[in-house]
Write a protein that binds this ligand. Structure first.
Ligand code: AMP
Length: 176
């Protein structure tokens, strides 16, 4: 994969959704058939030898590459969603945001004990969302948890949110 070309294809939208945020828009990656293929191939190469049994996508931008990757890895796909969206019994986890608290949920029958899990989302900022997702997955006693992002905003040091046993990878990095 040509990382520089992929990075250049991410649309930066200043002051969205609120003033001061530089929003990284991944829709400009996905609309390009060549980049979409390179991303899928690149992710597959990163995880093909890890024995992943479930790919878990975080609502909602984790629902785009997550299922593509799950199919390639011969793994299942599981959504982590915002409250009120999943119809059956759930586990839930709440976490602090800049303003207030957010909650995410997963179905209680989504994962079996001892599975090897790959959690995926589009972007790592503070790491709060994904750290809550890791805690949710730990309810199932997985054998191993991998965490993957397309984009990492390195200056926010989100990586430091995760316990050392969780392996964190990102493809495109925006440094300090
Ligand atoms: P965090 O929990 O702080 O790591 O935030 C990660 C979540 O917020 C991801 O689901 C991202 O899609 C979204 N997000 C946070 N900051 C940005 C940004 N600058 N551009 C695009 N999405 C963002």
């Amino acid at each position: 994969m040509n990382i520089e070309k992929t990075k250049n294809a991410v649309r930066n939208v200043p002051d969205f959704p609120i003033p001061g945020i530089q929003f990284k828009d991944v829709t400009t990656l996905f609309k390009d058939s060549q980049i979409l293929k390179e991303l899928t191939d690149g992710l597959y190469e990163m995880y093909k030898d890890k024995g992943i049994t479930k790919v878990i996508g975080i609502e909602s931008r984790g629902f785009i590459m997550g299922p593509l990757l799950a199919e390639r890895l011969n793994a299942g796909f599981v959504p982590i969603r915002k409250p009120g969206k999943l119809p059956a019994a759930v586990f839930e986890e709440s976490y602090e945001k800049e303003y207030g608290v957010d909650t995410i949920q997963i179905h209680q029958d989504a994962i079996n004990k001892g599975e090897i899990i790959l959690l995926h989302d589009d972007l790592l900022a503070t790491g709060g969302t994904m750290d809550a997702a890791v805690k949710l997955v730990k309810n199932f006693y997985p054998k191993k948890i991998y965490v993957n992002f397309l984009i990492e905003l390195e200056d926010l040091k989100g990586r430091e949110a995760f316990p050392p046993e969780v392996q964190v990878n990102s493809i495109i990095k925006y440094g300090i």
